[in-house]
Design a protein around this ligand. Structure first.
Ligand code: PEP
Length: 251
């Protein structure tokens, strides 16, 4: 049985005080309203991780939005996986399209980040997804498959099973345009097929693949009902406790 994951990505939003307020709303509502089999995750700015993980309780796991690919050393401004672990972080987003685009993160770097996250017991939330131009050229499936091959396929089946994948078409992120249920399901099925070709159908069947891209309370139900969609990575709507919880309740 694949795990259902609803993960919020706050991006570069919320001061510590604002973050504490939002997180406590989510934690309070979630314990009464979110079904037990839905794993809620909040991926929040580094500066808030330590304080918010103290108030998160059992129902909400805390995630970071990035990690550096080395264990320690002279890397001014970076944060290691063991530091994240030391403040209670359980998940880490790796390879978000904004990091690939604005910070030039390559598939090789992302493979190293996946390794260091796993070595420290963190669950990588590995992002993939194509641009609109790639989709229009019909190369979106190959592009996403290459991201997965280069970022993840060095892993043993045992390690691979610890990863959560997020398919996030770049044209749907922060744009208000969501992939249709059919477009999203088609890509998720293709991704699972690609995972099966490297590992096995049984391994592919165990991997949770989340959809991300303008998921909101009013479109979540249709997306989350798709056979190969196992949850969502939610940006904008995770900044409002009610919207985030309503998405999680859409299962
Ligand atoms: C994201 O940044 O991962 C995302 C899906 O953002 P949004 O929900 O705002 O499109």
């Amino acid at each position: 049985m694949r795990k259902k994951v609803i993960a919020g990505n706050w991006k570069m939003n919320k001061t510590l005080e604002e973050g504490l307020a939002l997180a406590s709303e989510v934690v309070n509502i979630a314990k009464d309203e979110v079904p037990a089999d839905v794993n809620l995750v909040m991926c929040i700015p580094y500066i808030s991780l330590a304080a918010i993980s103290k108030i998160a309780g059992d129902k909400v796991a805390i995630g970071a939005q990035n990690v550096y690919q080395k264990e320690s050393g002279a890397f001014t401004g970076e944060i290691s996986a063991s530091m994240l672990k030391s403040v209670g972080v359980k998940y880490v987003i790796i390879g978000h399209s904004e990091r690939r685009e604005y910070f030039g993160e390559t598939n090789q770097q992302l493979a190293d980040k996946v390794n260091i996250a796993l070595a420290n017991g963190l669950t990588p939330l590995f992002c993939c997804g194509e641009t609109l131009a790639q989709r229009e050229k019909g190369i979106h499936i190959d592009f996403v498959n290459t991201q997965l091959t280069e970022g993840l396929f060095h892993l043993s089946p045992e390690d691979f099973k610890k990863v959560v994948i997020a398919y996030e078409p770049i044209w749907a992120i922060g744009t208000g345009v969501t992939a249709s249920d059919e477009q999203a399901q088609e890509m998720h099925a293709k991704i699972r097929e690609h995972l099966a070709s490297k590992y096995s159908a049984a391994v592919a069947d165990e991997i949770s693949i989340l959809y991300g891209g303008s998921m909101k309370p009013d479109n979540a139900k249709g997306l989350l009902a798709c056979k190969d969609i196992d949850g969502g990575l939610i940006g904008g709507a995770s900044l409002k406790s009610r919207d985030f919880i309503d998405i999680a309740k859409s299962y």
